[in-house]
Design a protein around this ligand. Structure first.
Ligand SMILES: *Cc1c(COP(=O)(O)O)cnc(C)c1O
Length: 398
């Protein structure tokens, strides 16, 4: 491999990270995607955009989120563990960092209507929230089966004024909702912006979402410097569904070779069980949601239904940045079972008085797989709070 493919973790003009990324979209979406692609960098760098984004992150989302030294957890692992508290963001997770950015972008592109797709409903809620804030029409596509499973989030979206439209085809889950959202976008090319919720989708979405989430690692550098005298940890650990909280937590450390990048996927019932979402272990190269990446698929290209106890990690792919981090060896990919993630969430609740999201439970469980010593400084991205997972936690307690 040449130096540029192993050391460049930002996409090229066509949206490729190494051999992953790009924009594989139907002809009828070319105009929408081309418009976004030609304008996003200039708009993000515009002083009025930057000012409004920074102000909303501060006054609405509640940033900067704290970097908390977890003393008892540190003692347990014989190292120094810091928690980046994305669970304290408005709406309870990192997802709003992205939706706030994208709603401002949509306004500047003159869009009057927002569409989104959601699986567990977390991204739908974060989108409905910023649409309410800005008084913009919001339509969220959600698989009919997911609407039943995630009724409280459907209620939240409706209370926030969004229209939730059931996707009734196929398995009635996330990928069917995505198809419906794309169909809608094709039908409304001029007035509609599609807010994608992770570092997936056609270029420029993976880069766009990574940039909005990069506020996480920008803050970590500053906060760590205040605490330890160095901006650099030895390890950054984050769970990966599509990979947006991880992309944000890794972003400003990607070009710092001394920082170990640890991405944690969901092994579900076990990698070989047929019930998992461990994309880097089981996936092969393919096209999913408009970009080339690693995908859990059958040899003839049918997407395999993933499984994770946490809805946010229950995704059959990973973003192209992560596929590249994996292929280039820059990132280390670990996987954690449902059971280990559950146990780690309970452990953190008892040790630190913080009930994490089940997704984040995977990142905590992965600490056991690392060879850590007392000099190491480990930052864990605490992607969200566990209130939404209470039913699962209650049934685990019996
Ligand atoms: C959605 C979600 C995730 C997974 O999404 P990424 O794009 O991989 O970050 C992780 N944690 C929480 C709390 C979530 O809501």
């Amino acid at each position: 491999m040449n130096a540029s493919t192993t050391t460049n973790f930002h996409p090229d003009e066509e949206g490729y990270y190494g051999r992953f990324g790009g924009a594989y979209i139907p002809e009828m979406l070319h105009r929408n995607v081309a418009e976004l692609r030609s304008r996003y960098k200039e708009l993000l760098e515009d002083p009025s955009f930057r000012e409004e984004y920074a102000q909303l992150l501060r006054d609405y989302v509640g940033r900067p989120t704290p970097l908390f030294f977890a003393e008892r957890l540190s003692r347990l692992h014989g190292t120094q563990v810091y928690l980046k508290r994305e669970d304290l963001c408005h709406t309870g997770a990192h997802k709003i960092n992205n939706t706030v950015g994208q709603i401002l972008l949509a306004q500047r592109l003159g869009k009057k209507r927002i569409i989104a797709e959601t699986g567990a409903g977390q991204h739908g809620v974060a989108t409905a929230t910023v649409c309410a804030l800005k008084g913009i029409e919001c339509i969220v596509y959600m698989g009919e089966k997911d609407m039943e499973r995630q009724a409280p989030n459907v209620a939240r979206m409706r209370m926030l004024g969004a229209t939730v439209r059931p996707a009734t085809s196929g398995s009635k889950t996330l990928k069917d909702a995505t198809n419906e959202a794309i169909r809608d976008w094709i039908g409304h090319p001029h007035d509609t912006h599609y807010i994608i919720g992770s570092v997936v989708g056609p270029h420029p979405y993976p880069d766009l979402v990574a940039r909005f989430q990069s506020v996480i690692s920008a803050e970590v550098r500053r906060q760590l410097h205040e605490r330890t005298g160095s901006e650099l940890p030895t390890h950054v650990v984050a769970c990966v569904g599509g990979g947006s909280n991880a992309a944000g937590a890794f972003y400003h450390f990607l070009d710092e070779p001394s920082v170990q990048i640890i991405a944690v996927e969901a092994a579900g019932h076990g990698v070989e069980s047929g019930r998992s979402a461990a994309t880097t272990r089981l996936g092969t190269e393919g096209i999913l949601h408009g970009s080339r990446s690693l995908v859990m698929q059958t040899p003839d290209g049918q997407v395999v239904e993933p499984h994770s106890i946490s809805a946010g990690l229950d995704y059959p792919g990973i973003g192209p940045l992560h596929a590249h981090l994996h292929a280039s060896g820059r990132g280390q990919f670990l996987c954690v079972t449902d059971e280990d993630a559950l146990n780690a969430s309970f452990e953190v609740a008892r040790l630190e008085g913080i009930i994490p999201a089940l997704e984040t439970g995977h990142a905590f469980a992965a600490l056991r797989q690392l060879d850590l010593n007392e000099k190491d400084v480990v930052v864990v991205c605490l992607s969200g709070r566990g209130d939404k997972d209470l039913a699962t936690y209650m049934s685990a307690m019996g």
